[in-house]
Design a protein around this ligand. Structure first.
Ligand code: HAM
Length: 426
């Protein structure tokens, strides 16, 4: 006797993507791939899991993501791995390992795993589209990377996206600033939020982007990063902002934009959607990480990139009321074969080879049942072949969008079918 088991469900904080939503995902990735190609990026695929050290060293052991959110596991060979929580560290590890010609421009699409408290726009498995460039410090590449993101958002229909920028400075000027901030915070620990009363000393920069009023008020009276970056970093930042302005891309200076990972240096940026609630409104973010290659054992190589959450982009489109389909995923032709189905097999093969998105029914169903599926498929035309049509070597073409299909349908010779369809498709 088999006991009834409840069916399995996708793990908490994850989701399945099925049609018609999956067509939007396809369109999103196709648009991004096409744009990345136009901007000179090549696709880079890296494993979904890495030695945990890649992330601990890359994003920083004290970052929230490394400390609290990584999926870490030991495999059967006793190696400690982590599922990738983000895309950058893996791509830089691959750069160090393979030493491609610099500047190296790579794009990716990947799931990312973070053990976060699930809510709208925040998942334990989300998906990112992103790019990374390694081997140049030129502010022109910062402009290129940020403009690629901006143009992509425009291309997928987003209009209510704002760009915020900041400079984190380089090792030295940031180090000096952090010391100053720590001194400032050490005298005001009681004024901070509960969490940062405990953790301010391990990562003082985190206090800057804390959303709690206590931290906002305390830090707003304290030293701010942009006033303390060195001349070189300031000039680099000014070049980036001027470059963006010259392309007609408006940016807002946000001195609190320190982002969540330790690898950032100089330029940091984030795109927020005003159509989304303020909690999870970042549709993309990124920045420079000029020391990351060395931190992962490679040669010095400046780098910059960004990642965008596909789920957030789709939520932002929905919130803005954007309905453009991004990619055509509709059926052109539905073959209704009531002869016993051998006609359909050859016909769908031929039409598909000629470029028609073609569907058919299975399981020898009745004409009525097949027509029901044809109507549901959204196809433009049904091709009807019954015993009569087969005997006369003919096909009936029915326009499924016509209100009066009896009137609009026509019978064509099987040999003229393709030219008749081509004519109709014009
Ligand atoms: P991030 O800001 O952590 O940066 O993530 C990039 C984007 O992924 C966010 O702006 C958001 O759209 C989306 N995202 C992040 N976490 C979640 C989540 N739990 N659920 C849904 N969407 C999420 C990075 O990951 C860096 N690797 C970006 C980068 C590339 N920096 C330099 N190069």
């Amino acid at each position: 006797m088999s006991e009834h088991q409840p069916p399995f469900q996708a793990p908490v904080g994850t989701h399945d993507v099925l049609g018609p939503q999956s067509a939007l995902w396809e369109g999103m990735v196709a648009h991004f791939a096409e744009m990345a190609y136009r901007y000179g990026f090549e696709l880079c695929l890296t494993p979904m899991f890495e030695d945990v050290g890649v992330f601990n060293r890359g994003i920083g052991e004290n970052s929230d993501v490394a400390k609290k959110e990584m999926y870490v596991f030991t495999d059967r060979g006793d190696r400690t791995y982590a599922l990738r929580p983000e895309g950058t560290a893996s791509v830089v590890r691959a750069f160090v390992e393979h030493n491609p010609t610099a500047p190296w421009k790579a794009w990716y699409v990947t799931p990312a795993f973070r053990y976060e408290r699930p809510q709208a726009g925040r998942y334990r498995q989300h998906h990112q589209l992103g790019v990374e460039v390694l081997g140049t410090d030129d502010p022109a590449i910062d402009v290129e990377v940020i403009s690629l993101a901006y143009r992509f958002y425009q291309a997928i229909g987003l209009r209510q996206v704002r760009l915020m920028v900041n400079s984190m400075g380089h090792d030295e000027c940031r180090g000096a600033y952090v010391a100053l901030l720590q001194r400032y915070l050490s005298e005001r620990v009681n004024e901070l939020c509960d969490e940062h009363q405990k953790s301010w000393s391990t990562n003082a920069l985190r206090v800057l982007d804390c959303k709690k009023q206590a931290c906002i008020e305390t830090t707003s009276r304290g030293p701010m990063l942009p006033d303390h970056v060195c001349q070189d970093c300031r000039e680099h930042y000014e070049h980036v902002v001027a470059g963006l302005t010259s392309l007609g891309i408006a940016s807002e200076a946000n001195p609190r934009l320190v982002r969540g990972f330790d690898y950032y240096t100089r330029t940091t940026f984030e795109f927020v959607s005003d159509a989304l609630g303020s909690a999870q409104n970042a549709v993309g973010g990124g920045g420079r990480y000029d020391k990351l290659s060395e931190q992962l054992g490679g040669k010095p190589a400046g780098g910059i990139g960004f990642g965008s959450g596909i789920e957030r982009l789709l939520l932002a489109r929905e919130a803005e009321g954007v309905t453009s389909p991004l990619v055509k995923r509709t059926t052109d032709v539905f073959v209704v074969d009531t002869t016993g189905e051998d006609v359909a097999t050859a016909l769908v093969d031929e039409l598909r080879s000629l470029g028609y998105a073609t569907e058919r029914a299975y399981d020898s169903r009745s004409m009525k049942a097949q027509m029901k599926v044809a109507d549901k498929s959204g196809a433009r035309w049904a091709l009807l072949i019954g015993p009569q049509e087969r005997a006369a070597n003919q096909v009936t073409i029915r326009d499924l969008r016509s209100g009066d299909f009896e009137k609009s349908q026509r019978v064509v010779d099987r040999n003229d079918l393709v030219s008749a369809l081509n004519e109709l498709a014009k």
